[in-house]
Design a protein around this ligand. Structure first.
Ligand code: FAD
Length: 440
């Protein structure tokens, strides 16, 4: 099979060096490690088609991988007999259409590169996240990434107006017109967004760009006694169209980042939580708040994942909650995680908590089970923006009813009956089997 792959992409684009394979076989979290047979790097859509057909013929599964910054084990194979299909050479970039303010880019273009391209034309790409220099457009589309601008521009799905992907049988779905209105049948473009490499390999994406962000925006960090107060403040600091970000850090994360990055404490260090807001103008704030204003305050929030990683192996649980449930959940975490350390930060405006549990072994998910059950009991979702990956396949049923689970499995079985793409991601083998039996 390796010879067949070399014929398609060239021998130098089929990598079998042990160190390289190992680096592609583990993700940023370091929780999972499986060494693939090879890393294959196609440069065109037609090569992706032929790679998928060669792997299907050899009964070898395929994991699509972009920047490998995912945090749920979706970007690394779950089985040894797998090939990693790296999308980093899919870099064809179209021209920005100034009338529609849309552009089509290859899946391997990074978020930072697309942001720079938009900036050159006086525009903005509405998705931003700390992994911007490495995370790819294909990966952010596959996970429906959120990030720090969702409150202003919406998630990745809201920016995607067209997409090209290769299905498991090698057929190519090309829908890159970017028509603002189009009601012709099911919306397969939006279905592919958030499909985590289980339905097809995304090769190109057409995105909507926006007016450039004002260069003089104001960043404010405020100490607060509880999250409900942070919610009140972010909702009142500015008219909604002038609120560009609303994030938070808890006191453990704040002390950690100060220590790791050798930063001074920006406001009083006794507050349990810190709200970070970015606004177009000076924010409206009550007189008695403990606040600091400086663009550089972003560093305290952006370096949270890196600071967390210095504490050891982190189980990073990305969840979404209704805003009025946040305090009840965070207050219950310490008891659920005991004896392990737990702290949180996240995208406050969407009720998106990143719960960091430090201490359990890589395969010990007992705290995860308890925390995700708690989140579901408060009306939350087990994934806000990172996806289900392999880490939460067993927890998906906590926030999706049986009818939705059966429909998802039926779509997977229809588009990838041979289970070629990302086996073990999003679904447990049992959930796919039971959907097959139910429909036969
Ligand atoms: P990968 O990690 O390579 O893959 C992620 C998933 O997408 C896998 O299931 C993979 O199979 C699939 N995939 C990748 N490319 C394709 C393709 N072309 N076609 C089909 N499937 C594909 N995420 C957020 O949402 N918001 C944040 O604020 C955020 N901050 C982060 C900060 C740090 C420091 C780090 C390390 C990560 C952060 N993440 C965040 C998580 C991560 O960056 C996102 O999940 C991102 O979308 C992954 O992009 P990637 O190119 O690295 O994809």
């Amino acid at each position: 099979m390796l010879a067949a792959l070399a014929e398609i992409v060239g021998a130098d684009q089929v990598v079998t060096d042990g160190d390289v394979l190992r680096s592609h076989g583990t993700d940023w979290s370091g929780r999972w490690a499986v060494t693939p047979i090879a890393v294959v790097r196609p440069a065109e859509t037609d090569e992706v088609t032929r790679v998928l057909r060669a792997c299907a013929a050899a009964h070898v599964s395929v994991t699509a991988q972009g920047g490998n910054t995912g945090l749920v084990g979706g970007s690394v194979p779950t089985r040894q007999d797998s090939v990693v299909l790296s999308t980093t050479r899919l870099r064809t970039t179209g021209k920005v259409d100034q009338r529609t303010r849309q552009v089509t880019v290859g899946a391997g273009v990074t978020v930072a590169e697309l942001q720079a391209l938009a900036h050159e034309r006086g525009l903005t790409y509405g998705v931003d996240l700390a992994a911007r220099d490495t995370a790819t457009i294909g990966g952010t589309v596959a996970t429906n990434a959120g990030g720090v601008r969702v409150v202003h521009f919406g998630d990745t799905r809201s920016q995607v107006v067209g997409l090209e992907a290769v299905f498991a049988d090698g057929s190519v779905m090309s829908h890159l017109h970017g028509l603002p209105k189009d009601s012709a049948g099911y919306d397969l473009v939006k279905l592919l967004v958030g499909s985590e490499g289980t339905l097809g390999v995304v090769t190109a994406v057409r995105v909507q760009l926006h007016d450039a962000l004002p260069s003089e925006r104001v960043t404010t960090l405020i100490g607060v006694p509880f999250l409900a107060r942070a919610v009140e403040l972010f909702q009142s600091v500015a008219p909604r169209d002038q609120l560009l970000a609303a994030e938070y850090i808890d006191v453990t994360g704040m002390r950690l980042v100060c220590e790791v990055a050798q930063l001074p404490h920006p406001v009083g260090d006794h507050w349990p939580y810190y709200l970070l807001v970015e606004t177009v103008h000076e924010p409206f704030l009550p007189e008695d708040v403990d606040a600091a204003v400086d663009r550089r305050l972003w560093i305290y929030r952006e370096r949270q994942p890196e600071a967390a990683a210095t504490t050891g192996l982190v189980h990073s649980l990305d969840v979404a909650l209704p805003l009025d449930e946040l305090d009840a959940v965070v207050e219950a975490l310490a008891a659920l995680a005991r004896p392990h350390l737990v702290f949180t930060f996240g995208h406050l405006a969407e009720g998106n908590l990143h719960i960091q549990v430090v201490g359990p072994n890589a395969d010990d998910i007992s705290v995860t089970d308890r925390v995700l059950e708690l989140v579901a009991s408060h009306g939350g979702s087990v994934s806000s923006e990172h996806g289900v990956g392999r880490s939460k396949t067993r927890h998906l049923a906590l926030c999706r009813d049986p009818a939705q689970l059966r429909a998802m499995a039926a779509i997977k079985n229809a588009l990838d009956p041979g289970r070629l793409l990302n086996p073990g991601v999003l679904f447990t083998p049992e959930s796919l089997e039971s959907a097959t039996i139910a429909s036969s």
